[in-house]
Write a protein that binds this ligand. Structure first.
Ligand code: GLN
Length: 251
């Protein structure tokens, strides 16, 4: 399934984070090394990043493979940031194929990505979708299982939950409802919350920064995150917490 990556740290270019690393996200679009589901990630891509002085991130998304968009190379080379979330997509069957279904999804200051699938999509959504107010369902960003997870998460954020509590609760809620894989990334530009739940996840510490990614590139020192773990990261520190079954929440 998809590969994704989030970064917080010293200002650097999108190129340096996404394109340049050997076996990095760009290369993972056609030659992932740790991907257990799917083969290539050619069903679109997206990058969201924070520019100085503006808490609301910018996004660049396309429905084509990342290597097939020459304009992205230019944008990536000259755009610098201290926080970014990027993803290359292998679409789950039955989901939308357009740019709107390419992560990152966004709302206000947040960026969101999901690597995995909700096996209940779409026929079995039932009780899970019913936990959303109808207006939220109508406002789904895309016809995609990931958009349902994002709708659940953004509702909790809007109700004042912290991203770490909201992420753990949504994963537990989805897992209690349906088989699936629920690796998510969410950032507000100052913290990253991630889950490892059914797919691979790693983090790497850089001088003055941190990267959390589906799989490591060949350039840094990386640590694998155990499955069923919630990760919270700032520039300074990475914390891992088990996602207990007891957090399952059907509300
Ligand atoms: N289900 C999500 C999508 O279709 C994520 C897919 C993936 O991880 N490959 O976009």
């Amino acid at each position: 399934m998809c590969r994704h990556l989030a970064y917080l740290g010293a200002e650097t270019s999108i190129h340096r984070l996404v394109v340049a690393p050997r076996h990095g996200l760009y290369e993972q679009s056609w030659a992932p090394r740790r991907q257990q589901h799917g083969t290539v990630n050619a069903d679109g891509f997206g990058v969201g990043w924070y520019a100085e002085g503006d808490p609301v991130p910018a996004r660049y998304r396309r429905a084509v493979p990342i290597w097939a968009d020459p304009s992205f190379a230019d944008v990536a080379r000259v755009t610098r940031t201290t926080a970014l979330l990027a993803a290359v997509r292998s679409a789950t069957p039955g989901t939308g194929q357009g740019e709107d279904a390419a992560a990152p999804y966004t709302d206000g200051i947040h960026l969101f990505s999901h690597n995995g699938r909700l096996d209940a999509w779409p026929e079995g959504l039932g009780a899970l979708a019913a936990t959303l107010p109808p207006a939220d369902l109508l406002a789904l960003e895309a016809r995609c299982d990931s958009a349902v997870l994002w709708a659940l998460l953004r509702r909790r954020l809007a109700d004042g939950e912290t991203a770490d509590r909201a992420a753990a609760a949504v994963v537990a809620q989805a897992a209690a409802h349906s088989q699936g894989r629920y690796n998510i990334l969410v950032t507000d530009g100052r913290t990253i919350t991630a889950t490892a739940y059914g797919d691979t996840l790693f983090y790497g510490k850089l001088p003055g920064g941190v990267v959390i990614a589906s799989e490591p590139d060949a350039d840094g020192a990386w640590t694998e995150v155990p499955d069923r773990t919630l990760v919270t990261a700032t520039r300074e520190a990475v914390h891992l917490h088990p996602i207990p079954h007891a957090m399952a929440d059907r509300s």
